[in-house]
Write a protein that binds this ligand. Structure first.
Ligand SMILES: OC[C@H]1O[C@H](O[C@H]2O[C@H](CO)[C@@H](O)[C@H](O)[C@H]2O)[C@H](O)[C@@H](O)[C@@H]1O
Length: 631
């Protein structure tokens, strides 16, 4: 008999499942995670970065969750998303029959006023199965027990519904049959027999105002609309190469992580899923990193999703307009600047990994690579014919004016180290990218600016990297100037066009990263463990392998002409996804589990970029060449 993920000991004792046991629901405003045990263990309302109402993921039952599952033992759980949508079907196989749970959050991309809504439908597929539902709402990340009561619907329907209110939050639960309050517990529960062919459904809605509740909706229509939304959205995806299923799932996941009202893109919908267990590398990713988001934009645009690219550019211009000296590396999804980091001491954390952090202090860091990422993405947007905005070039010039003043400074690098500032090689490569794209915009598009000066800086930083980051003893580019430690971000050098793939230094660096950072077949660490011991990142403990780095290895191998190896690695990485095609930030080879926030945009965008490199035949730098002009 296969191992029964959902009935493991932890889950019997009210603790959440493993990270890989979760599937994602999203309405393009906020997201929910559903476990293989039919429990929604994470949901923030009304937007991705709002406090949660279900937080079992970082605690236990009593921190809020909503579970629907058979009450009898489950022999097997089989899950899938319907076609390329985010409508999830979970089939529970029991000795009494098969029960199907359908979950979705209807996306309301264009209706800014519509409030989030979670739809759950149970269908009897065969036999007679007793289904148990448990609804435990806790607002404010598990800290606020709401006042819960049954209310009779006024005109036009006379049904009852359940209202849960705590301060600014109101949740409404409607359904074919409502759960009852459990004596002595702050929970609502229901047990019902569902026969083959029978259907039961529930809808949970959120409201900012207990006096003005959302109108009832038809759950089955909502499921149909959600499926139709995703079906329609995927029609614009242009991809017919190998592993199409993985590429489509990754693109849908990236879309699901966009905040439709503003076009902002989050790094992941969760907070504080640890990078290793046990461990304290726990961060809040429900924000918009310019680095992650610009890379997502490029990935979406590569596959035909240009309206998302436009929405992101509009977000970017709004968020970073003003004084370029104030540019931050990350913002809130609405463009908010202050993402103050704090610890929720009442939450025990996922697998008891504390602290549980909300907010992210990295917003105050200097990370020079961000300038390169933003310049590159805006350059690409222009090359691909996205309608030009007059503010965009003005914004880019302002950023370059500021970068001219600060590019010689050390920074925290793309890994956002919490150790001392250093001259990180990748940051300096991306400074080169920033000035290179500026020179090209002037030369190719005739855009105005001090191109001679930009060219001088571009050439200066190029020469500096070749001289200071190359370590002849190691035979590789190292993590920062004068270091011996390696860093997987060096794999990006050929794909951003800094050096060609056949440059001997690139080839030797790829070899060195393979030798020292790649392990357990497909996994690649971000940097040499030594670097962590040397306090480069300023953090304690270890972490899993960073999945995006494995995909960068695919791209680098393709760039240096080792295509067969690249394709094999790509295939193995595709197989590493969970049963519904999702990836976390990291993978722990010791436990064979995902670690870090989930699902993570970085991992998914790296997958689609690799597919573009391997099966679209282009690297990122080559993709930016218009009419055959070279970089
Ligand atoms: O490793 C310490 C840092 O870890 C997080 O940053 C990582 O996630 C970001 C979002 O995906 C990504 O842009 C960055 O490259 C990663 O290193 C965390 O957000 C930081 O606060 C923390 O210092």
């Amino acid at each position: 008999m296969p191992s029964l993920g959902w009935v493991n000991r932890d889950q019997q004792h009210g603790r959440p499942g493993a990270i890989e046991d979760y599937a994602l629901l999203s309405d393009l405003r906020t997201a929910a995670l559903v476990g293989k045990d039919g429990s929604i263990d994470w949901l923030c309302l009304p937007r991705f970065d709002a406090p949660s109402c279900f937080c079992r993921l970082l605690g236990s039952d009593r921190d809020g969750h909503w579970q629907i599952a058979p009450s009898s033992p489950v022999r097997e759980v089989r899950r899938r998303y319907r076609a390329n949508s985010l409508v999830l079907e979970t089939d529970f196989h029991t000795d009494d029959g098969v029960l199907r749970l359908i979950d979705c959050m209807p996306p309301h991309e264009h209706y800014h006023r519509a409030q989030p809504c979670l739809v759950r439908v149970v269908q009897g597929i065969s036999g007679e199965v007793d289904v148990r539902m448990r609804w435990v709402v806790r607002f404010a990340y598990g800290d606020a027990v709401p006042w819960v009561r049954r209310v009779r619907e006024s005109d036009p329907v006379l049904d009852e519904f359940i209202l849960a209110i705590a301060g600014p939050h109101t949740a409404v639960l409607r359904g074919d049959v409502l759960p009852q309050r459990c004596e002595g517990e702050r929970a609502h529960e229901l047990v019902r027999t569902v026969r083959a062919g029978e259907t039961l459904s529930w809808v949970m809605q959120w409201s900012p105002d207990a006096e003005e509740l959302p109108a009832p909706v038809d759950p089955e229509q909502e499921v149909r609309d959600a499926e139709e939304f995703w079906r329609e959205w995927t029609t614009k995806i242009c991809y017919s190469g190998p592993h199409a299923h993985a590429v489509y799932r990754s693109l849908a996941t990236l879309k699901a992580l966009t905040y439709a009202p503003t076009g902002g893109i989050i790094a992941a919908p969760t907070s504080s899923l640890p990078e290793a267990v046990p461990g304290d590398r726990n961060w809040d990713y429900r924000y918009c990193w310019l680095r992650d988001a610009t890379l997502v934009l490029l990935a979406l645009d590569d596959f035909g999703c240009s309206s998302e690219a436009e929405a992101w550019r509009a977000w970017l211009v709004r968020a970073v307009a003003g004084d370029p000296a104030d540019l931050q590396i990350m913002y809130g999804i609405g463009g908010e600047r202050h993402l103050l980091e704090w610890e929720a001491d009442w939450l025990p954390g996922y697998r008891r990994c504390r602290p549980v952090r909300f907010g992210n202090a990295a917003f105050r860091q200097l990370q020079l690579d961000v300038y390169g990422e933003v310049m590159d993405s805006l350059h690409l947007a222009r090359e691909r014919g996205l309608p030009e905005h007059e503010e965009t070039w003005a914004l880019q010039r302002g950023m370059l004016r500021h970068l001219e003043k600060i590019w010689r400074r050390p920074d925290r690098g793309m890994w956002e180290v919490r150790g001392p500032d250093r001259f990180f090689t990748h940051s300096r490569v991306m400074v080169w990218v920033a000035f290179d794209r500026a020179v090209r915009a002037a030369e190719e598009d005739g855009l105005p600016g001090p191109v001679r000066r930009w060219r001088e800086i571009r050439d200066e930083v190029h020469a500096e990297v070749l001289e200071q980051a190359w370590n002849p003893e190691r035979g590789a580019f190292t993590q920062y100037y004068g270091a011996t430690a390696l860093d997987a971000s060096s794999l990006l050098m050929p794909s951003v066009g800094f050096l060609p793939g056949d440059d001997e230094r690139v080839v030797r660096t790829v070899d060195a990263v393979q030798r020292e950072l790649q392990h357990d077949g497909v996994l690649v660490d971000r940097y040499t463990p030594d670097a962590a011991r040397n306090q480069v990142d300023g953090l304690s403990g270890r972490e899993g392998a960073f999945l995006a780095c494995s995909f960068w290895m695919v791209d680098a191998l393709a760039c240096i002409g080792r295509r067969d190896e690249a394709e094999k690695l790509f295939g193995e990485l595709v197989a590493l996804a969970n049963d519904v095609g999702l990836y976390a930030e990291e993978y722990d080879a010791e436990t064979g589990s995902f670690t870090g926030n989930f699902p993570q945009a970085f991992s998914h965008l790296a997958l689609v970029n690799s597919a573009a490199v391997l099966y679209g035949g282009l690297t990122r730098a080559q993709r930016s060449r218009r009419n055959g002009k070279s970089a």
